[in-house]
Design a protein around this ligand. Structure first.
Ligand code: ZN
Length: 84
């Protein structure tokens, strides 16, 4: 392996330990809950989930779990789950 690639791998390891460098803007995932799977979406700080609870309350166990998993990578927005 050449030295340039070794340097990039080293930098990647360093970056991977600093998730605050990463800000998700939008994505969609399939979330496998206990009983079924739901599509969970995120776009510029706004969550969406297709489960019934989210439809009623605007937040659900799936979006709160995603906030816990992604943490600082969701940008400056304060995670709802952090207040609980
Ligand atoms: Zn949900």
């Amino acid at each position: 392996m050449d030295s340039a690639m070794i340097a990039k791998i080293s930098k990647a390891r360093e970056y991977a330990e600093q998730p605050e460098r990463i800000s998700f803007k939008s994505f969609e995932v399939e979330f496998h809950g206990k009983h079924q799977a739901y599509k969970v979406g995120y776009d510029s700080g706004v969550w969406h989930c297709e489960c019934d609870f989210f439809e009623q309350r605007g937040v659900c166990s799936h979006t709160m779990a995603m906030e816990r998993v992604l943490g600082v990578m969701l940008g400056a927005q304060e995670p709802v789950a952090a207040a609980v």
